[in-house]
Each structure stands twice: as structure tokens, then as C-alpha cells.
Design a protein around this ligand. Structure first.
Ligand SMILES: Cc1cc2nc3c(=O)[nH]c(=O)nc-3n(C[C@H](O)[C@H](O)[C@H](O)COP(=O)(O)OP(=O)(O)OC[C@H]3O[C@@H](n4cnc5c(N)ncnc54)[C@H](O)[C@@H]3O)c2cc1C
Length: 441
């Protein structure tokens, strides 16, 4: 279904500090906490547990950062994609309020964690901007700024002039700006977190796909092709990649998420003149299109961007044309950009666009369904899961619990829903008249 080639073709694989891979788990291992998945969630949970003195063994199916954490756009965003603070609090009450606080502070917490652990991940806390692609979408920006300001976030509405100054383009109409956001090199961060874990004694085993988890004699038994880990507590942190390596691992979790392929691309480094004209303040940008337009710089002044395709055939070439046209239209100074890297990864979507955070058994925790916003969220959730695993009552944490909801006919849904949804988003994006004319792919 997927190959490790995809990650090796990425900008991040080309630029992140390398990491010595660790041996697969072998024989029988006893541990206090077993973590499944070496992405931000698994490593953040392991790091916080290790800081609190727990013995942790982390099992990663392929390599650290193989999932979304090593492939994403690296935008550090202190909001959810679709779930708004009012709705979260209405649904989960006090826990919901704590969770909204966690999301509000999550970007700063990520930058702080990287600083504390001395991780060089090209972190730039330059702010995050969500420009409105139509004038009518400014209503949403205004509502979001109100909702987040009410809860103490330093969110601000930029008008059309301020937006044009920030972007270096007048194709958007203003929008929500939050100075706590920014961007990172995600593979450098995830590898740095792995090193921080190892320095605190976490045993990380790569090439160790967990095939099954069983409860016997009051302990969890995790089976891999080369060994078995026995643990008091388990953190399942395989997110959108849950069903990919072992169909029996947690079928209810896997069937509750629709993995949607998201394409990422990086241009050739821009010239100084182009860089000063395009997003001169180096903010991370993702707009209000359903068929999202997003971009940020990396350290070498490449624009890191991407897009979605309804059909995968000939994907990289079609994306180069589609995203190239979009960028040229928004920033004529770029001309038709050349892309040096194109890669992809799976985002976990849920039916209600809200993640599920669940307990699958005694001391067996999981979450999945970031809906495309999980970089800073997963680092903060790792802290909360570590506290739950340490015995803190969940009612005192920022963990809004809900059960996974398996999607009927999941096999068909995951094949046909993503292209259908993309067409719907594109139709909606242009519904009030295409004020920002959009290239199609
Ligand atoms: C292309 C793309 C772009 C994105 N851009 C952004 C962005 O700019 N900003 C943002 O906020 N969010 C973004 N996201 C979302 C974000 O990357 C994810 O929410 C986040 O990385 C999830 O981290 P995680 O640790 O929970 O899961 P993952 O990083 O996916 O880690 C799961 C790990 O589990 C492992 N695994 C799976 N099955 C097993 C098994 N049986 N045994 C052992 N290990 C297993 C996998 O190999 C993988 O390494 C993007 C996602 C993608 C795919």
C-alpha cells in the first residue's frame, strides 16, 4: 500500500540530520509502558513519560518519522481544521475547555519543547496566517478571531491591506493571524525527539511492526515478527497509518479514519529578490480554500507547498503544473516555479472532522484523526497521555474522550470518498463566484 521510498524522496529527508536506525525488538522484553508508533505522538508521550521516570519501549514499524510526522508541511498551527472552540466546549464541557486551552497553547509548547531539548529543527516562530480566499470567507475569519481572542489567544484579524503586505499578494482578502504559529523541519523535529527520548533511556526499536496486542494475566502482550513486548500500559500512536502494517492491530481504530493522500512539494530556492517580495516575514500560510492552498519557507528559502489530486495517476507532473500555475498567479515575481521535491503522506480524516481520543482497555490509550492539523496538537497530546498513563484521572486532563466510530463500508469509502470530497470542496470554493480564480487538477 505504501513504500518507504516516499519519505526518502522528500525535502525533509534531504535536509534533516541523519539518524542511525535502531535494531528490531527481539525475544521477550518486559517494560512499564509500550508505545506503538515513532511519530510526534508516540515520541512526545515517551519523552514525557521518561522525564517522569517511567521505563518506556517504543516500537516503530518502519523508521522514526515514517508516518505523517516526517512528511508534513511543518506548519505549526494553534487551531483545529474544522472544530471550533464553541463546539468543542459545548460537546465536552470542562474537559473541552481544557482541550481548547491545549490547542491555543500548542504552537508555543512545540517551540518550547524543541528549545528545551536543544533540537535543531529549523524552528521559526514567525506566526501563522489563514487568509480568506473570498471576501465572504472573512466572516469565518472574524468569528474565529473572536472565539480565540475570548479564550486568551493573541489572534488578530488582518484587513485586505495588511494581508497583502504579509503575503506580497493581493489575491486574498484579509484573515486570521496568530503570532504563536510558525514552521519547522518536521523530520528534524521527530528525529530530535527520538534522540531526546533515547538520552532519557527510552528503548526505540525500528522495523518492529506490532501485529497484535492481547491482554493476558493483567498485562498487555505486543507481538512483532521478531519479538514480544509485555507492558503494563500501551499508547497506540499509529494514527492514520494504523491499518497499514497489521490489519489485526486495532481494526476499530483503523476503520474510523479515512487516510487521505496529501501531496507536498518544494520549489528551488528563491532568489533574494523573490524572497523579499513573497511572504517577506516568513509566516506559515494556509488559506480558507477547502482545496487548501498553503506555503512556507524552509531554511534554504525554498517555498514548501503542495496540493490535492482527485486521481493519483502521473501525480507529481500534474501537481507541478497545477501548483505552479497557482503560485505564479498569486506571486507573478516567481514566474512558473521549478519544483525540486514532490512527496506525499496520509492524513487521517474522521467523519465529524474531530479526532477521537480513546481508551481501548485498561491503561491502553490512543488517538487518531488529526484532519490535517496535528503537528503541534500531537506534541501536546503526548504530554496529556503521559499524565494519564502515570495515573492522573482523565477528568482532570485535556483529553476529550470518545470512542472510535468505525465507518461502514470503510474499504469503499477510503477509495471513493477522498476524490468525491475534493470535487465538493472545489465546487464550494468557487460557489460565490471565483473571486480568486483557481487552477484545477
Ligand atoms: C502530507 C502531510 C502534511 C501535513 N501537514 C501538516 C501541517 O503542516 N501542519 C499540521 O499541523 N499537521 C500537518 N499534518 C498532520 C500531521 O503530520 C499529523 O497529524 C502528525 O504528524 C501525526 O503524528 P502521529 O505521531 O500521531 O502519527 P504519525 O506521524 O503518522 O506516526 C505514526 C507511526 O506509527 C507507525 N506505525 C503504524 N502502524 C504500526 C505498527 N503496527 N507497529 C508499529 N508502528 C506502526 C508508522 O510507521 C508511523 O511512523 C500533515 C500530514 C501529512 C501526511
Amino acid at each position: 500500500m505504501f513504500s518507504s521510498k516516499q519519505i526518502s524522496a522528500s525535502l525533509w529527508a534531504d535536509t534533516a540530520p541523519s539518524r542511525q536506525s535502531t535494531p528490531a525488538v527481539s525475544g521477550g522484553v518486559e517494560t512499564d509502558v509500550a508505545v506503538i508508533g515513532g511519530g510526534f505522538t508516540g515520541l512526545s508521550t515517551a519523552l514525557h513519560l521518561a522525564r517522569a521516570g517511567h521505563q518506556v519501549t517504543l516500537l516503530e514499524g518502519v523508521e522514526v518519522g515514517f508516518g505523517g510526522s516526517g512528511r508534513n508541511n511543518g506548519q505549526v498551527i494553534p487551531t483545529m481544521t474544522a472544530a471550533e472552540p464553541d463546539a468543542i466546549e459545548a460537546r465536552f464541557g470542562e474537559v473541552g475547555e481544557r482541550f481548547v486551552g491545549l490547542v491555543r497553547d500548542s504552537a508555543s509548547y512545540l517551540f518550547e519543547t524543541a528549545r528545551q531539548e536543544g533540537i535543531d529543527c529549523e524552528a521559526e516562530q514567525t506566526g501563522w496566517f489563514q487568509p480568506a480566499h473570498r471576501e465572504s470567507r472573512l466572516r469565518l475569519s472574524r468569528a474565529r478571531v473572536d472565539a480565540w481572542s475570548k479564550r486568551g489567544a493573541p489572534a488578530r484579524l488582518l484587513d485586505a491591506r495588511e494581508s497583502a503586505e504579509l503575503l506580497g499578494s493581493d489575491r486574498w482578502f484579509g484573515g486570521m493571524y496568530n503570532p504563536t504559529g510558525g514552521h519547522i523541519n518536521p523530520l528534524a523535529l521527530v528525529r530530535g525527539l527520538a534522540a531526546a527520548c533515547e538520552a532519557r533511556g527510552v528503548a526505540i526499536h525500528e522495523n518492529s511492526p506490532v501485529e497484535a496486542v492481547e491482554r493476558r494475566d493483567g498485562r498487555w502482550h505486543l507481538r512483532t515478527p521478531s519479538g514480544e513486548v509485555v507492558a503494563r500500559a500501551v499508547m497506540l500512536a499509529s494514527n492514520a497509518y494504523t491499518g497499514f502494517m497489521a490489519s489485526k492491530l486495532a481494526p476499530k481504530v483503523a476503520r474510523s479514519v479515512v487516510p487521505v493522500l496529501s501531496w507536498q512539494m518544494a520549489t528551488r530556492p528563491l532568489t533574494d529578490e523573490q524572497r523579499k517580495a513573497v511572504v517577506p516575514g516568513r509566516q506559515a500560510v494556509s488559506d480558507t480554500h477547502g482545496d487548501l492552498q498553503f506555503f512556507r519557507y524552509d531554511k534554504r528559502n525554498r517555498l514548501v507547498t503542495g496540493g490535492a489530486l482527485a486521481l493519483g495517476h502521473n501525480g507529481p507532473d500534474r501537481l507541478r503544473a497545477l501548483v505552479g500555475r497557482r503560485l505564479e498567479a498569486a506571486f507573478p515575481v516567481l514566474g512558473r516555479p521549478t519544483f525540486d521535491f514532490v512527496w506525499n503522506g496520509y492524513i487521517g480524516m474522521t467523519e465529524d472532522r474531530f479526532p477521537f481520543i480513546s481508551q481501548l482497555g485498561p491503561d491502553f490509550w490512543c488517538w487518531a484523526g488529526c484532519n490535517g492539523r496535528g503537528v503541534s496538537l500531537s506534541i501536546s497530546l503526548g504530554r496529556e497521555f503521559a499524565q494519564a498513563i502515570s495515573g492522573q484521572p482523565v477528568s482532570q486532563l485535556a483529553l476529550p474522550m470518545s470512542d472510535p466510530k468505525p465507518i461502514p463500508l470503510h474499504g469503499l469509502v477510503k477509495t471513493f470518498a477522498p476524490p468525491a470530497m475534493l470535487q465538493l470542496y472545489r465546487w464550494r470554493d468557487g460557489r460565490d463566484g471565483p473571486q480568486q480564480r483557481q487552477a484545477r487538477g
